[in-house]
Write a protein that binds this ligand. Structure first.
Ligand SMILES: Cc1cc2nc3c(=O)[nH]c(=O)nc-3n(C[C@H](O)[C@H](O)[C@H](O)COP(=O)(O)OP(=O)(O)OC[C@H]3O[C@@H](n4cnc5c(N)ncnc54)[C@H](O)[C@@H]3O)c2cc1C
Length: 445
């Protein structure tokens, strides 16, 4: 059954140069860079804070090196430094041959992102869902939002869809892909959470044998179905405020009712693990869940088809692209779409990892389409195969895309051309001047 909505006159709430829909890592980077390059920018975010998966799903780990040197800088470096200076980040240099790691306090990173937006002069509207795109003559005129006072329009000269799900691009009619080729299922999702009340001294007393025995016992309970599925069984390594990545669920990221069910299921499982540990792991007797993700952690959703589609071959072959806007280093990292917790991360040896000391290029073409010239995408909804996506979806890479697309949008407006017509060498020059690492561009300077 359908319902016919009568024609409606909608007041314009805001009129801007660049409208960024979605305030995750990609959207924040896009908005900040467009504003710093002179555009009037509005960012709308459906949740009460920006940061997306980082701040609302507690996904707080960044990787930036090709396992020899750091190759992701720009706004990623700036946000890292700001968080570290405020005591909201920790750096973990990993053993020889592995990626370095930064972990952030999601609360702190929320403030870092909001401060960067405010300082850049971006108008930020949280609690605002980007609803229907307004398409006129093959261009995007803006987006409709439903406010407390009724339906309003935000009009813009360029729109950047950084919703993670590609909501605006898909509703505007751009083609997209969803999930893996075989059955359309997307990567597993995870309910992240934060622990407190651990007796760290007691945990530190456990011998290697005791730790191993607890891990074995936990794996057996998972195998026997006494505990929910998980690939991880190392509770003895947890500390207060640890954020374990271990409660997988699987389903459709575009079905709100299913997402609600999975979110509740994820939380139930967190408490099931905690109950088991309290009974069996010394040091866990008074442990509590300090916080669960405000949202379920969603890894994959629509991938909007664009001029260039990033593939596993491009990732693993460390392909270089003429329209590069930055570098990517992450591996083919697919979490089982059936929710077992299995991941290709560690299980496929060197087959699924970018060669050490090398990196692939993230092309601007992933974000620009042929059909609607003033609409770009950035972040995990950019154009990639299921496998290519599993690498480029990580936050540092999403921010590289955001910075590239935001800068490009401001340059396009300044010179009165479409984003796709911005001379790519000029864009790359601006990005380098803004601290982005950009080397080995074919035919480049
Ligand atoms: C469990 C888990 C573990 C992960 N581990 C890591 C890791 O260790 N390191 C790493 O770097 N990456 C990791 N990732 C991947 C990474 O977190 C995401 O891919 C990345 O955050 C995507 O950034 P984004 O800005 O594209 O999208 P998101 O972070 O999803 O942000 C999208 C934003 O848009 C908003 N939005 C959506 N629809 C609308 C709308 N219609 N209107 C207004 N706002 C809207 C959302 O509320 C959200 O704030 C992990 C992901 C998960 C789920």
């Amino acid at each position: 059954m359908d319902i016919l909505i009568p024609e409606q006159r909608v007041p314009v709430l805001l009129d801007c140069d660049v409208l960024v829909c979605g305030g995750g890592a990609a959207g924040v980077a896009a908005a900040v860079s467009a504003a710093r390059h002179g555009a009037e920018v509005v960012l709308i975010e459906r949740w009460p804070r920006v940061g997306g998966m980082l701040t609302c799903a507690l996904v707080n780990i960044w990787h930036r090196s090709d396992r020899e040197k750091v190759v992701i800088n720009g706004l990623v470096e700036e946000a890292t430094q700001r968080a570290m200076a405020a005591g909201w980040g920790e750096a973990y240099p990993l053993p020889e041959g592995r990626h370095e790691t930064h972990r952030f306090d999601p609360e702190g990173m929320t403030l870092v992102f909001h401060r960067m937006l405010d300082e850049a002069g971006v108008r930020v509207l949280c609690y605002t869902v980007a609803g229907e795109p307004i398409v006129e003559d093959g261009r995007l005129r803006g987006v409709l939002v439903d406010t407390k006072c009724g339906r309003r329009a935000i009009v813009a000269r360029i729109v950047i869809d950084a919703t993670g799900d590609g909501d605006i691009a898909a509703k505007a009619g751009l083609p997209f892909e969803l999930g893996r080729e075989a059955d359309g299922r997307v990567q597993g999702m995870t309910m992240m959470y934060r622990l407190c009340g651990l007796d760290e001294d007691r945990l530190a007393e456990l011998s290697a044998d005791e730790r191993e025995a607890i891990g074995e016992c936990m794996l057996a309970a998972i195998r026997d179905g006494d505990l929910p599925p998980s690939k991880t069984a190392q509770p003895c390594g947890y500390r207060n405020r640890s954020i374990p990545n271990m409660c997988p669920v699987a389903g459709d990221p575009l079905d709100e009712e299913e997402l609600t069910r999975l979110t509740v299921l994820g939380r139930e499982r967190v408490f099931r693990f905690l109950e088991w540990w309290r009974e069996r792991v010394p040091g866990f007797g008074a442990a509590q869940v300090e916080q669960t993700g405000f949202s379920l952690g969603i890894r994959e959703s629509r991938r909007i088809t664009a001029r260039t589609t990033l593939t596993a071959e491009m990732v693993l072959g460390a392909h270089k692209q003429p329209d590069a806007i930055g570098h990517g280093i992450w591996m083919i990292d697919i979490h089982d779409p059936l929710g077992s917790g299995y991941t290709t991360w560690c299980d496929r040896g060197d087959d699924n990892i970018v060669p050490r000391g090398d990196s692939y290029h993230i092309p601007l073409g992933m974000c620009l389409n042929e059909a609607i010239p003033n609409l770009a995408v950035a972040g995990r909804c950019a154009s990639s195969t299921h496998e290519g996506h599993s690498s480029v979806r990580v936050q540092t890479h999403c921010m590289v895309m955001g910075q590239g697309v935001g800068t490009c949008a401001a340059m396009a407006l300044a010179s009165g051309v479409e984003p796709a017509d911005v001379p790519v060498a000029d864009l790359q020059q601006h990005l380098r001047a803004d601290g982005v690492y950009l080397e080995d561009v074919p035919g480049g300077v």
